[in-house]
Design a protein around this ligand. Structure first.
Ligand code: ATP
Length: 245
């Protein structure tokens, strides 16, 4: 199944707060695209728009699945999950008093066949052995890194083709950030996912990204076709690489 995402001239916000202005961005099937920006620049809002959790004021938001376009602006979050999109939210949003397995089961969706759920469970336990070892442990008692793995694994339970990952590095030590990013890269190879990852951590994100965008004050300031192009950009040098633009 070939799935791609196209966002054009998107405006979104919260009343008087204009969080996104004229955002145009695309993610092609099989790509890993980084959406880079510091706090409050609109990354989470963009992810929520794709999931149907925030309704845009203007613009186009569409998935193409095997050449058939689906307008996401009119669909419920459940219908968007049904189409093969899943979000790993910022701050994980796990259920701390539920076990690892219970959290995972909540990621599977209602209409899924029992054997598909079992297959997904086997896949995530194989990908994240620590979750298998700790499957009966309460999510809230696990380390930050393990909780991030669980949040990613839970999103995988709905068999997504497009995974949106919102700031996987938040609250993790440098080593755990590195391990989490490597795991996302590994997963991508393994399951053939398309990934849009919001990150503040430029150097970690570009380890697995094919290309990236820089978002500043709700607008796309840089759209680069490759990581090399991103690194050579003057705005990127100024913001992330300590250079003088
Ligand atoms: N529920 C909300 N109500 C009002 N304003 C909001 C809401 N959520 C976000 N905002 C504002 O929208 C803007 C974009 O926020 P957003 O969370 O999308 O940015 P971000 O780049 O993901 O940063 P962060 O990492 O802090 O989440 C900010 O000015 C923020 O204060």
């Amino acid at each position: 199944m070939a799935l791609s995402l196209a966002i054009e001239a998107l405006d979104a916000g919260y009343g008087a707060v204009k969080a996104l202005r004229g955002v145009t961005l695309h993610v092609e099937a099989g790509e890993t695209v980084a959406l880079l920006g510091t706090n409050g620049n609109g990354k989470s809002t963009l992810m929520k728009c794709v999931m149907g959790l925030v309704r845009p004021d203007r613009g186009r938001l569409a998935l193409s699945i095997d050449g058939v376009a689906h307008d996401l602006t009119k669909l419920s979050p459940e219908a968007i999950v049904d189409l093969g999109v899943a979000l790993v939210p910022e701050g994980r949003r796990l259920f701390p008093k539920l076990t690892v397995t219970e959290n995972l089961m909540l990621g599977a969706f209602r209409k899924m066949a029992r054997n598909a759920i079992q297959q997904n469970l086997a896949l995530v336990f194989d990908t994240f052995p620590v979750l298998k070892e700790r499957r009966s442990q309460l999510a809230g008692t696990m380390s930050g890194g393990q909780q991030q793995m669980l949040a990613i694994a839970r999103a995988l339970m709905s068999s997504p083709r497009l995974l949106l990952i919102d700031e996987p590095s938040v609250g993790l030590s440098p080593l755990l950030v590195s391990q989490t990013i490597a795991k996302i890269g590994e997963l991508k190879q393994r399951v053939g996912l398309t990934v849009l990852m919001a990150e503040q951590n430029f150097n970690q994100a570009i380890r697995i990204a094919d290309r990236g965008y820089i978002i500043v004050h709700g607008e796309i300031a840089v759209a680069a076709q490759s990581v090399d192009e991103l690194k050579a950009n003057d705005i990127v040098k100024r913001l992330y690489l300590g250079g003088v633009a």
